[in-house]
Design a protein around this ligand. Structure first.
Ligand SMILES: [Mn+2]
Length: 327
């Protein structure tokens, strides 16, 4: 009897058997998504594959240095692919309109590290213990013996670094540092990555941070911190939704705070929430799940229908309950 091939071998065999490959990622892509998409995409190009890299949204400015060839495109028309690989996308819906354009494919592979992943593809490599999808891509490249060039190392290092909060989140494991070390050995340009990703925020974002510090609220013995981002806050500060990424870390980084929450107005009756937990006591993936969202124990999100006030009440109540039930 033939042994059941390990999933990673199945993925490598599928790539070998495919010529046209599309690599897709989630809406409003972050460093892990773009780094994983580009790191994998570049490796596949080096393998002589015909590669398309699609994301519904543009590459954030601070990550543009990873894509000098502008490989990441917005999907325009339906295309035929031998293989589509999704990276860092917890659900099919998270692919946004990209999902509508990849219908004609022979095989669909999902590579992700979100515990909430819905296993929507033909082959699902979901490993929630990994702190980033970038680490999964690194393992895939190593197992396949596909060369990790300095450009690929830049992409994967950015993925690993951003999704671990610069190697600070509890998800960071010894292996994460080994992967990072190996990526630096293979030419990841640390100075460039740190300067582009962490030291080059636009002034508009600083105005948004000022707004946040003026407006954030503390409740439940200062254990819950939250603030609202309204659409007018973006226009007023000259910023865009991309600029709000990571803002939540500022209120999370306050001593008594255990859970931080950002309410972002999508439209008057739709709110996007982001949640961060600093303690094992509170699993925000569970809280987000109560509102149809998900993520990780320490970082999760959801989109909630309803008036802003009702949404705020429901979410804060859920956080309070989580805090009180695990004292
Ligand atoms: Mn990720």
């Amino acid at each position: 009897m033939k042994p059941h091939p390990k999933i990673i071998d199945k993925i490598i065999d599928s790539v070998d058997a495919s010529q046209s490959i599309c690599v897709v990622g989630h809406v409003r892509p972050d460093g892990d998504c773009i780094g994983s998409q580009l790191g994998l995409g570049l490796a596949l190009i080096n393998q002589g594959k015909e590669v398309t890299i699609w994301n519904q949204d543009s590459v954030p400015d601070k990550l543009a240095f990873l894509d000098p060839q502008k490989l990441v495109q917005k999907p325009k028309k339906d295309r035929k692919f031998d293989l589509v690989i999704a990276t860092d996308a917890a659900s099919f819906e998270r692919l946004g309109m990209t999902g509508e354009k990849i219908g004609d494919r022979k095989l669909f592979i999902n590579i992700d590290h979100h515990a909430s992943n819905t296993r929507y593809a033909d082959i699902n490599w979901v490993s929630p213990k990994e702190p980033s999808s970038g680490e999964l891509i690194f393992k895939l490249l190593k197992a396949a013996n596909w060369s990790i060039t300095p450009a690929i190392a830049d992409c994967l290092f950015t993925a690993v670094s951003t999704d671990t909060g610069s190697f600070q989140y509890p998800s960071t494991r010894p292996g994460t540092y080994h992967v990072a070390g190996e990526l630096v050995k293979r030419g990841a340009n640390l100075a460039r990555i740190c300067n582009e990703v962490y030291q080059s925020f636009p002034l508009a974002r600083v105005r948004l941070i000022r707004h946040m510090y003026n407006k954030f609220r503390l409740v439940h013995d200062d254990q819950i911190a939250y603030f609202w981002l309204k659409r007018r806050d973006y226009t007023r500060t000259g910023s865009e939704p991309n600029d709000s990424e990571g803002l939540i870390d500022h209120i999370r980084a306050i001593d008594p705070v255990v859970v931080a929450c950002v309410f972002e107005e999508v439209d008057p009756t739709l709110t996007r929430i982001s949640l961060r937990s600093k303690s094992d006591r509170v699993d925000v993936n569970v809280i987000a799940g109560q509102f149809g969202g998900g993520g990780h124990p320490a970082a999760a999100g959801a989109r909630i229908e309803g008036t802003p006030l009702a949404t705020q009440r429901r979410v804060i109540r859920a956080i309070r309950q989580a805090l009180d039930s695990n004292k």
